[in-house]
Design a protein around this ligand. Structure first.
Ligand SMILES: Cc1ncc(COP(=O)(O)O)c(C=O)c1O
Length: 387
């Protein structure tokens, strides 16, 4: 059998490598690994969301093919939520598209925008699907380095002229995964100017817009002047509403880009299961109280873990948003993969090496706040013994 060259180019996942080390550890040691690896919410969705789902699955009409673009009712709810939350006006008819998780849209957007050999700008470190999406379109990625000394924002002036003129699109992600840095409206305004000058389509991934701490309120890229003329923004119900397994998300913004993505998807899928779309509407209706409670849980976990690690000599910045710590390696370590493997093999704590997110991620590890506080304290104890 022969397979495509594309498959060979897809990077083998460090996530699955870490998981197989986890299995080996548990077989050998008879203690459970504390998994702070994958960013999958450990808490359930709200009772209202679960009740809606359970009622809708009993409805005989729930089982026809949904349409690719999402129900009119959900698209209206999304447009309304966008106005309430960001004061951005959206036309639900052509500026909103429901997705089978934001991953679906992020993975397919490059098919809609890029031809083989075209260039896309991707953040490095960045969430892996951006690079994979570019690869699957047989296009070329240009990594934009995100450095601590520039608040993890790309420096557009550093991108060579010829790359700027060849680039057709870019991915951004603030607050992000793996880097929880916030994006400011000022940065988004600069991004619009850069994108207009170079005819670049901006794809902002705002999966963590509703997980923020200490009163910080993340912005939408579409709040920037002129953003809707050149860009789109992805959202996820997975993190905001703990609905990761329900597979629903959405993308909003420029109608031409949305139309292009819709035509790719119309050839691939038939849309999201109707009960899940209805549950998503209910989630949006109750977002204010839910989001506040949910963020508070993560904020407490952040404090427990960062303070605990600080007390044992590992100093980590407290993130303002998202469900991750982006931690510089403790002194004496330089290789993120080696450090994460040792920590797993010797202490039974699973975290993700920064190199999994691009070469500029080495020197860091990503720690997901996906365990209850008592388990985080136990993780601190194990790390203390290890260090
Ligand atoms: C930054 C970012 N974008 C998108 C996704 C995908 O989310 P969804 O479950 O909506 O596909 C994730 C999931 O971890 C993420 O971290």
């Amino acid at each position: 059998m022969q397979f495509s060259k594309r498959i060979e180019k897809l990077e083998t996942s460090i996530f699955s490598h870490m998981n197989s080390l986890k299995r080996q550890f548990e077989e050998k040691n008879d203690i459970k690994v504390i998994n702070l690896g994958i960013g999958s919410p450990d808490r359930p969705p709200s009772i209202e969301v679960r009740q809606t789902l359970s009622q809708c699955v009993m409805n005989e009409d729930s089982y026809r093919y949904p349409l690719t673009d999402g129900t009119e009712s959900l698209r209206k709810s999304i447009a309304k939520w966008y106005w309430d939350r960001f004061k951005v006006k959206l036309n639900y008819e052509d500026e909103v598209l429901v997705l089978m998780g934001s991953q679906d849209g992020l993975a397919h957007i490059c098919q809609a925008v890029l031809d083989p050999g075209d260039v896309a700008l991707v953040p490095d470190p960045g969430y892996p699907v951006y690079s994979a999406s570019v690869l699957l379109a047989d296009a070329v990625k240009y990594p934009m380095a995100l450095a601590h000394d520039n608040d993890f924002l790309p420096v557009y002036e550093d991108i060579p002229e010829e790359v700027c003129s060849m680039a057709k699109m870019m991915f951004l992600n603030y607050p992000g995964n793996p880097i929880p840095a916030p994006g400011t409206l000022e940065f988004f305004n600069d991004t619009v100017k850069f994108a207009q000058k170079n005819s670049v389509i901006v794809c902002h991934d705002n999966a963590y817009s509703e997980l923020a701490y200490d009163g910080f309120v993340p912005a939408s890229f579409l709040q920037a002047e002129g953003a809707k003329e050149i860009g789109i923004e992805f959202h996820s119900f997975s993190k905001t509403f703990n609905m990761a397994g329900c597979r629903i998300g959405f993308v909003v913004g420029n109608s031409q880009v949305i139309k292009a993505l819709t035509s790719i998807k119309a050839n691939i899928d038939y849309g999201v299961f109707l009960p899940v779309q209805r549950a998503a509407e209910v989630a949006l209706e109750n977002y204010k109280e839910w989001v506040m409670d949910n963020s508070m849980v993560y904020q407490k976990r952040r404090d427990v873990l960062v303070n605990g690690l600080q007390a044992i000599g590992w100093s980590i910045e407290k993130p303002k948003a998202s469900m991750f710590l982006w931690a510089q390696l403790p002194s004496g370590y330089t290789n993120s993969q080696e450090f994460a493997e040792l920590l797993l093999e010797e202490a039974g704590v699973l975290i993700i090496p920064g190199i999994a997110f691009g070469k500029h991620g080495d020197g860091f590890v990503r720690i997901a706040l996906v365990q209850e506080e008592n388990m985080l304290l136990e993780a601190v104890e194990r790390i203390k013994t290890f260090l």
